[in-house]
Design a binder for this molecule. Structure first.
Ligand SMILES: [Zn+2]
Length: 523
C-alpha cells in the first residue's frame, strides 16, 4: 500500500492533520516536503472516505533569531529577539515580517494546490484561546521541568517557568525569563545575557501572561496547539524526531501535564539540495519559490511525495535530475493510459501529484528532447514537436507541451551549466574532431555510407544505424559515440546520439562527417 494510504487506513474517527512553520525568512525548497506530506495524508484520508480537516499553523510569536543575509542588517538587527509578528516587513507589501515571508510561502501552497486552513499563533494568543493552557502549564511548571529532564536530560532550575513575556520595555521575547507565577501574574526579568545572540534590557516586573503578553516555549506551545485544535496527525522532520528530541519532549509534556496521548507521528527525512554553485553564479537557487517557478506543480508534488517520508530526497536542479523527474512521471502517465482505474499502488503517487482529484492523461513528450530542440538554431519548436509526436496532439497535450517548453527554457536560462548546454558546431569542424583516431575516422566513413540509405531520418532508426555500424566495424561503442559527439559538439558526451542527429538536416550531417574524413586523410 502507498505510504499515505497506509496512514489513512490505520486512522480511526475524525482526523485533524496539522503542520506548522516559523516564518523566519525565505523558505527553502526542503520545507515543501513537510507541506506536501501532510497534504497527501489529508488527501489519502479523504480518498478513503474518512472525515478530516487540514490545518497549517504559522508560528509567528517565535523570535527573530537571525537576520537573513538577503535583508538589510542595519534595519533588522534592532529587532533581534522580537516576536516575528512585531518585526516590520522588508517591503510594504505586508503588514509585518511574519506575514511577508508567510505570504511568499502561501503563494507556493496555492501553486501546489495545497489548501489547509491557515492560522496564526498571534491570533491564538491575543484572542485568549491559549489562556487556559498558559495557566495550566504555569501551574504545573514542575511537571514540565520533569518532562524536559527525563526525556532530553535538560536541567531547568526550580524557579524556571514555561513562559516568555514580551518585554514591556524593549519588546523582546527571546530574552525574558519568568521566575514566579502568582495571582494570575508572572514575574519576569529581561536579561542582558539572556541569549548568546541578543541581550535584554534588564527590565523586570509583574505582568499578566494572558491575551498575547507572551508565549509558551515552542515544545510546550506545540502540546497546547494539539489539544486546542484536536490534532490527531502531525509528522515532524528528522531534526525534531530524534530520540530525546523536541517531539519526544512535547509527547512527554502532553502525557504528564494534560494526561493526553500525543497525535500520530512519524518522522520524515530531509531533502538534500546539491549543485548550489548555481545559486551563487546565476542569482537563482533553491528557495521554495524559485523551484516552484521552475517546475510545473504536478512535477514538484511528485518529487516530494513519490519517495517514502523516511528516505532522503536528493534534488539538484541539474539536467540529470530534472529530466529524470519528468521521465519517471511520464512512465506513470503511460502506465495509467494502459491500465486505467482502479489505480494500483504504483500509480498512487501520480494521483496525489495532481492538483485536482483525478488524473488527466496526456501523450507525454520527452522533456530532455525539448531541452535539446530548444537549443537548435532556427528551429520552430512547436512545428518540430508536432512532427515528432506519434499521435495527433489534443488541446491538453498542447497545454502540457507549452508548460514543458517554459520549464525547459527557464532551466536553460537559469540553471544549466555550460557543460550541460548543447553547443552545436554548425559553421566549422570542432577542434576535438581533429583528434579522432584512425578507427573512429573509419567508423565515420562507414557511417556516411550507411546513413545515405536510411529511409527515415528519425531518432530510433538513426540510433540503430549508429549501433549496427559500430558492430560492423567491431569498434567499441563508447569510442564510436564519442566520435559523433566530437564531430558536432566538440565534447565527448551529449544527448542520445540518434536524437542529436535527428535534430539536424541529413545533408548537413553527411557533409560534416565527410569533411572530417577528408581532413583526417590530408594529415
Ligand atoms: Zn527588555
Amino acid at each position: 500500500m502507498f505510504w499515505a494510504d497506509k496512514i489513512a487506513a490505520d486512522a480511526q474517527g475524525y482526523q485533524v492533520v496539522n503542520d506548522s512553520k516559523t516564518p523566519s525568512g525565505r523558505v527553502h525548497v526542503g520545507s515543501l516536503r513537510g507541506v506536501v506530506i501532510h497534504d497527501v495524508i489529508y488527501r489519502a484520508l479523504k480518498h478513503a472516505g474518512k472525515p478530516v480537516k487540514f490545518l497549517y499553523g504559522v508560528d509567528d510569536y517565535d523570535a527573530l533569531d537571525t537576520v537573513p543575509k538577503y535583508l538589510d542588517k542595519q534595519k533588522f538587527t534592532p529587532y533581534l529577539g522580537f516576536p516575528l509578528c512585531n518585526v516590520p516587513a522588508p517591503e510594504d507589501t505586508a503588514s509585518d515580517y511574519a506575514k511577508y515571508f508567510m505570504g511568499e510561502f502561501l503563494e507556493v501552497f496555492e501553486y501546489l494546490g495545497v489548501k489547509p486552513e491557515v492560522y496564526y499563533l498571534r491570533d491564538l494568543y491575543r484572542t485568549g484561546k491559549l489562556n487556559p493552557y498558559i495557566d495550566t502549564f504555569l501551574k504545573n511548571a514542575n511537571l514540565v521541568r520533569e518532562a524536559y529532564k527525563e526525556v532530553s536530560k535538560a536541567d531547568r532550575p526550580n524557579n524556571w517557568y514555561p513562559f516568555q513575556v514580551v518585554c514591556e520595555n524593549c519588546g523582546k521575547i527571546a530574552t525574558t525569563f519568568v521566575t514566579k507565577y502568582s495571582g494570575g501574574k508572572v514575574f519576569y526579568t529581561c536579561k542582558p545575557d539572556g541569549t548568546d545572540w541578543v541581550g535584554g534590557c534588564g527590565h523586570s516586573g509583574w505582568v499578566s501572561p494572558f491575551d498575547g503578553n507572551g508565549k509558551l516555549p515552542w515544545k510546550v506551545e506545540w502540546v497546547a496547539k494539539w489539544d486546542l485544535l484536536g490534532v490527531t496527525i502531525e509528522m515532524a522532520g528528522k531534526d525534531h524526531s530524534q530520540k530525546g528530541g523536541s517531539r519526544d519532549v512535547a509527547n512527554a509534556i502532553s502525557r504528564k501535564v494534560l494526561k493526553k496521548q500525543p497525535p500520530f507521528h512519524s518522522p520524515y527525512e530531509f531533502i538534500l539540495v546539491n549543485g548550489t554553485k548555481m545559486s551563487s553564479s546565476k542569482g537563482v537557487g533553491s528557495s521554495a519559490q524559485e523551484i516552484a517557478a521552475l517546475l510545473p506543480p504536478e512535477l514538484l508534488r511528485f518529487l516530494m511525495l513519490r519517495t517514502p517520508p523516511r528516505t532522503v530526497i536528493n534534488f539538484a536542479p541539474n539536467y540529470e535530475t530534472v529530466s529524470r523527474l519528468f521521465r519517471d512521471y511520464d512512465i506513470l502517465i503511460s502506465k495509467y493510459q494502459h491500465q486505467g482505474d482502479p489505480l494500483t499502488e504504483e500509480l498512487m503517487p501520480l494521483l496525489y501529484a495532481q492538483l485536482g482529484e483525478e488524473i488527466k492523461p496526456f501523450h507525454p513528450f520527452d522533456f530532455s528532447t525539448l531541452i535539446s530542440l530548444l537549443q537548435i538554431p532556427r528551429l520552430n519548436i512547436h512545428q518540430e514537436v508536432a512532427q515528432r509526436s506519434t499521435n495527433p496532439l489534443t488541446e491538453f497535450d498542447q497545454q502540457i507541451i507549452n508548460q514543458r517548453i517554459a520549464t525547459a527554457q527557464k532551466w536553460l536560462q537559469d540553471y544549466a551549466d555550460e557543460e550541460e548546454k548543447l553547443v552545436l558546431y554548425l559553421e566549422q569542424v570542432p577542434e576535438k574532431a581533429k583528434e579522432l583516431t584512425e578507427e573512429q575516422v573509419a567508423y565515420l566513413a562507414k557511417l556516411v555510407e550507411n546513413l545515405r540509405h536510411i529511409p527515415n531520418w528519425e531518432t530510433e532508426e538513426l540510433q540503430t544505424v549508429l549501433f549496427s555500424t559500430s558492430k560492423e566495424l567491431e569498434i567499441q561503442q563508447a569510442n564510436a559515440f564519442k566520435a559523433i559527439y566530437f564531430s558536432f559538439l566538440n565534447k565527448e558526451r551529449g544527448p542520445k546520439a540518434g536524437g542529436l542527429l535527428s535534430y539536424l538536416e541529413k545533408s548537413f550531417v553527411i557533409s560534416r562527417l565527410e569533411d572530417i574524413v577528408r581532413l583526417k586523410a590530408q594529415v
